[in-house]
Design a protein around this ligand. Structure first.
Ligand code: FAD
Length: 298
């Protein structure tokens, strides 16, 4: 299959890229890793007049420390999540999650920001961004604006980005030190998009043996990643044990909105979401125990 005709630009500066996009309001597409855009072009599901390749803009190739957490530029590849010490030290959940994103070949080209801008509801990075309260920096000719992740993802493959803006950076703050995290998903084969996935965070008061904080974000079960606050609330104050995980799994089912499609039925996705909720919370509790054992608390 071949793409429709388009004009191709590969600017060296962000300013130049923004000017090209601005001149083609709505008819331009950014090319980052190309791992989603190229198939879309080849299948003629996207028909932009211009493609603006940002790969030569060196200034966007970085992963750098922030006061807390990391800032990731638009040209940083997904494989960096597995290779950068900074990620391993400050955001080990991102490193763990990278294993689920497609295959090594795709991660070596696909960008972190590209996945966020593409906003596939079954993708891992949008759910991680929501779980960790990431901020997204959208830059246009008139300047940059910072968008919280919970208002960035609007619907299937739709974000708050304007056609003349580039997602130049994502900022992941380091999560609270007393929280442990896990990510799990079920897909047909390893490397496929998730049929259902979850990112779970858990904090427990060791003395009182009670859950003090929880995060439950699901992907593949609605138009965007879905944070189910009712299920989080169901955990607070509970003893960190099976009864609490069961309750959270039950409540979570009311907060997600899975569809029937060629890959799975709604019922199947609901059942998997419930099972993954329990497994993810068990896994997070296991990590908390390891964390406490290594710091000598409780
Ligand atoms: C076989 C296969 C399996 C895959 N499996 C998974 C998976 O399991 N999980 C997963 O998360 N992903 C998966 N992917 C997708 C992969 O992660 C993509 O790399 C990612 O979704 C898009 O990143 P990209 O850098 O390649 O973006 P591109 O393909 O270049 O762009 C995708 C879209 O985002 C826009 N865009 C990209 N960057 C920017 C930017 N900085 N600013 C504004 N707009 C931008 C583009 O214009 C385009 O519309 C898979 C891909 C393939 C081919």
């Amino acid at each position: 299959m071949k793409p429709p005709r388009f004009d191709y630009y590969d600017p060296r500066t962000l300013q130049e890229a923004l000017e090209i996009l601005d001149a083609h309001q709505g008819d331009g597409k950014v090319l980052a890793g190309g791992q989603s855009l190229m198939p879309l072009l080849n299948m003629r599901l996207a028909r932009p007049k211009v493609v603006v390749d940002i790969n030569r803009i060196q200034a966007l190739s970085y992963i750098r420390p922030m006061e807390s957490g990391v800032a990731i530029g638009a040209n940083a590849r997904q494989r960096a999540l597995q290779q950068e010490n900074l990620i391993a030290e400050r955001l080990p959940l991102l490193r763990e999650a990278a294993y689920y994103i497609a295959h090594p070949q795709i991660r070596s080209r696909g960008t972190i920001c590209g996945s966020l801008a593409h906003a596939d509801p079954a993708a891992e990075l949008p759910a991680l961004a929501m779980a960790l309260d990431a901020e997204l920096v959208a830059t246009g000719l008139r300047g940059a604006r910072t968008i919280p992740s919970d208002s960035f993802f609007l619907s299937f493959f739709t974000t708050d980005l304007q056609p003349n803006e580039i997602l130049t950076e994502v900022r992941f703050p380091a999560p609270p030190k007393d929280m442990a995290w896990s990510i799990l998903e079920v897909s047909r084969r390893h490397g496929d998009f998730a049929l259902v996935g979850i990112v779970a965070g858990l904090a427990v008061d060791q003395e009182r043996q009670a859950v003090t904080d929880a995060r439950l974000i699901y992907f593949g079960v609605g138009p965007t990643p879905i944070r189910v606050k009712q299920a989080e609330r169901a955990l607070i104050g509970q003893r960190p044990a099976e009864a609490a995980w069961d309750a959270a799994a039950r409540v979570a089912g009311q907060g997600i909105d899975p569809s029937n499609d060629i890959h799975a039925t709604e019922e199947y996705r609901r059942a998997v979401a419930a099972t993954l909720t329990k497994r993810a919370l068990r896994a997070a509790l296991g990590k908390l125990k390891d964390l406490n054992a290594s710091t000598g608390s409780a």
